[in-house]
Design a protein around this ligand. Structure first.
Ligand code: MLT
Length: 331
């Protein structure tokens, strides 16, 4: 069975696959879309991180492909609909990045509350501006968490020792399970109205695109600070620029952008009340190792018929494959 790895992955993951006699593993990091389209027909499994876009036209010609492994959480670089229609199972690594992303979120909440990047830049430019950078404490403030899955609920647990009041919005979890993490469930509008800090932990989808735009900024407190370590575009960037420029909100910290790499001409990179980092949520040595091992084990087990785990589109893909097999049998 042939496995193609098209984005850089730590060797700990690659070695797991290379250690299986039945597997031939090829690494072609940074392969172009046209070259990928050319060679994908020979492969049983494809492993990607976020750089490879697995588009419908690539899936269409991938005659043998059974599994796509996404080393990471977000599967927005894989055409799920095309994969499902073709019976290709898409799997991710839901837990390997959790701590790293939750810690990055806490770092940005703290950086926002104490103006750390701005103060650092000011000092390095030879200024001693102690009164310019007076911040606020997290103690007693309300943190609104949008999305209480793995990362959102880990952020909640990390915020508890800071004595923050935790409120959250998540239509998919029960009041009881939110309360287990110290979070009181509220409506989205109430979360916007009550929060001093807001953090986003939902996937990007048609439902969550521009979840926060002008109307939502208007509901918020004037001194709210917002963090997005989830996906770009969940906050509408043009509306965000307007809110930051008019001091409609106090500040924002972005780790993710509507397009990546982002448009560097965007005013977001010139506004002093906007902290920016280049999609570093999962960028720790530990998380990279975790997801490499997790995806390798997942793909190994799936190819060897030892079970499918962390599938995004199974059983739908399975059903599509069975229908195809039945049709072949019948013809
Ligand atoms: C994820 O979805 O796993 C993180 O955002 C990091 C990445 O895109 O690789």
């Amino acid at each position: 069975m042939k496995i193609l790895i098209s984005d850089k992955l730590p060797s700990a993951g690659i070695d797991i696959l290379k250690g299986v006699q039945e597997f031939e593993v090829n690494c072609q990091f940074g392969i172009s879309p046209s070259d990928l389209k050319e060679i994908i027909k020979d492969y049983d499994a494809l492993i990607v991180r976020s750089s490879t876009n697995v588009t419908a036209d690539i899936i269409e010609v991938a005659g043998k492909l059974k599994f796509i492994g996404r080393a990471g959480v977000g599967v927005d670089n894989v055409d799920l609909k095309a994969a499902t229609q073709k019976g290709v199972v898409v799997m991710n690594t839901p837990s390997g990045n959790t701590t790293a992303t939750a810690e990055q979120t806490m770092s940005l909440i703290l950086a926002l509350s104490r103006n750390i990047p701005q103060a650092c830049a000011s000092l390095k430019s030879g200024k001693w501006e102690r009164s310019r950078f007076v911040g606020v404490e997290l103690y007693g403030k309300t943190l609104g968490i949008i999305g209480l899955g793995r990362i959102g609920s880990t952020v909640a647990r990390m915020a508890i020792p800071f004595d923050m009041k935790l409120i959250g919005f998540d239509p998919f979890i029960s009041r009881e399970s939110a309360e287990e993490n110290g979070v009181q469930l509220v409506s989205l509008d109430n979360l916007f109205r009550q929060s001093d800090f807001i953090t986003i932990h939902v996937p990007k989808s048609t439902e969550t695109k521009s979840l926060i735009s002008d109307k939502e900024f208007d509901l918020m407190k004037k001194d709210v600070r917002i963090v997005n370590c989830a996906r770009g575009g969940i906050i509408d960037e043009s509306a965000l620029v307007r809110a930051l420029k008019s001091n409609r909100i106090k500040g924002c910290a972005l780790d993710v952008y509507e397009s990546e790499p982002p448009d560097f001409d965007s005013e977001l990179f010139r506004l002093d009340n906007c902290i920016t980092t280049p999609h570093l949520g999962a960028a720790t040595s530990e998380a990279k190792l975790n997801i490499a091992v997790e995806i390798a084990e997942t793909i190994k087990n799936a190819l060897l018929g030892h079970g499918i785990s962390n599938a995004i589109n199974f059983p739908s893909a399975n059903l599509a494959r069975n229908i195809e097999l039945e049709a072949k049998k019948g013809s």
